[in-house]
Design a protein around this ligand. Structure first.
Ligand code: FAD
Length: 409
């Protein structure tokens, strides 16, 4: 599948950060990670950190799947509000999911501090705006639920929003002063893999897995170059292309559109350069970049084909620019520097799928779907490491495939 238009900002900004060979020889390894985006990179990094023999392969160049197209807001707030999620998965699991996302951002910060390459990680507050008056009731329910579970969040009224964002037409918002961040997911992926290489991991790109046989004691894979890989365990981290390895449908695909402006002169572009999103579905999502650009995404559509998705790019870019100008008239006319379209997958409950399915023995899936894919990838990396070490992870049930039927997409 073509996952995005050719020129996401991060790819142009960073170029080919590091090179990796294609696999040209037979390989035997304890863990084989299939997919070299942020999810596979975190899984391989955690496994290598734990001293486990691991190799990672990707059919593209590393990071050139969805990861290089990501806008990379790191939010503990998942696409489904906690009070709604509680109705589907129970309040305990909903609260735990949010808590795990907060912790995952903290852990990503610690990881980024140690990385051998810049990762663009920056702490940012997050503002969740009510798009219309009618959404205030839900905003209050959400505020109460988050407070009940110890999350540090403020309820802003119309005047509070206007103080921070004078031109917003928002009647209220939830402000999370401490628990958001942003990153360069493409660069972080390379950084993780460079670190994993130092720890003994092997990384191959331009290497497609074309066949998978699950045997009693191993998984035997074949590549497009005719090589075989024997692994005791397989980790499938192949992003939005993973559905074909599953019997049960677990995702819905959408197209989303992104623009990045030219650098804006001055200091902060808006209030604390916060991450901004809203209650409307689909929602608009905004952040800034370390080189002072505005990055805005949204105007999502159901996904039919890459051609249909890409045809809309010019029109969607104009609409996104207008969306920014309406909220920030001082930025008009917004000088657009880059734009792209990407496909993304979401699940019915907004949570990722991490774990195994009966039809694929010796295999773990790490599918960080949804608007919080990167945060979910961090959670997946730790779960996979724990399972590899035979350590009980108390949270596996929250993300397991067992819930797939119940929440059916
Ligand atoms: C436009 C856009 C905006 C987004 N914004 C955000 C955001 O703000 N915050 C956030 O957290 N998330 C966001 N996401 C989601 C996030 O980017 C994804 O969850 C994340 O990048 C997925 O990473 P991944 O490693 O699972 O998948 P990918 O990056 O797609 O990596 C999977 C890799 O598997 C490889 N692969 C597939 N099949 C095979 C095979 N048979 N053999 C070998 N390799 C194979 C592919 O080539 C690919 O490189 C956004 C996504 C998009 C598209």
């Amino acid at each position: 599948m073509n996952l995005h238009t050719p020129y996401p900002y991060w790819l142009l900004k960073n170029g080919f950060l590091c090179e990796y060979p294609a696999l040209r020889h037979p390989l035997q390894v304890d863990y084989l990670v299939m997919g070299g985006g942020i999810t596979g990179a975190l899984a391989a990094w955690y496994l290598a950190q734990a001293g486990i023999s691991v190799a990672l392969v990707d059919r593209r160049h590393i990071g050139m799947g969805s990861t290089c197209a990501s806008t990379a807001l790191l939010q503990y707030e998942i696409d489904v509000p906690m009070y709604q999620l509680a109705k589907t998965v129970g309040e305990k699991n909903a609260a735990r999911s949010y808590r795990l996302c907060i912790e995952a951002i903290d852990k990503l910060e610690q990881i980024c501090e140690k990385m051998p390459l810049p990762t663009g990680f920056e702490r940012k507050p997050s503002v969740y705006c009510a798009s219309r008056k009618a959404d205030l009731e839900e905003l209050d329910l959400e505020f109460a639920m988050r407070k009940k579970h110890g999350i540090w969040v403020e309820r802003w009224d119309k005047a509070d929003v206007a103080r921070a964002f004078p031109h917003f037409q928002s009647p209220g918002a939830l402000f999370s002063p401490h628990d958001g961040a942003q990153v360069d997911a493409y660069s972080l992926t390379h950084a993780l893999l460079q670190d994993a290489l130092k720890l003994g991991a092997q990384v191959f790109d331009k290497t497609e897995i074309t066949d998978i046989q699950h045997e009693k004691t191993q998984v035997v894979l074949r590549t497009n170059h005719g090589q075989s890989i024997r692994a005791k365990q397989l980790v499938i981290a192949s992003g939005y292309e993973s559905q074909k390895y599953l019997k049960q449908p677990v995702t819905r695909l959408h197209s989303t559109y992104v623009l990045v402006s030219e650098p804006i002169d001055g200091g902060e572009i808006w209030f604390r350069d916060a991450l901004i999103w809203e209650t409307a579905r689909p929602y608009l999502y905004l952040r800034t970049t370390p080189d002072h650009r505005v990055l805005v995404g949204g105007r999502d559509e159901p996904f039919y084909s890459p051609e249909k998705r890409d045809k809309l790019l010019a029109k969607k870019t104009q609409l996104l620019a207008k969306d920014v100008e309406k909220r920030f008239p001082m930025l008009a006319p917004l000088p657009v520097d880059f734009n792209w379209a990407g496909t993304f997958a979401e699940t019915a409950d907004g949570l990722p799928f991490i774990g195994s399915v009966r039809e694929r023995p010796r295999t773990l899936f790490a599918l960080g779907f949804g608007g919080n894919g990167i945060v979910f990838s961090q959670i997946a990396g730790e779960i996979i490491r724990d399972l590899a070490l035979g350590k009980k992870n108390p949270d596996t049930h929250i993300f397991s495939f067992n819930r797939a039927k119940a929440i059916s997409t």
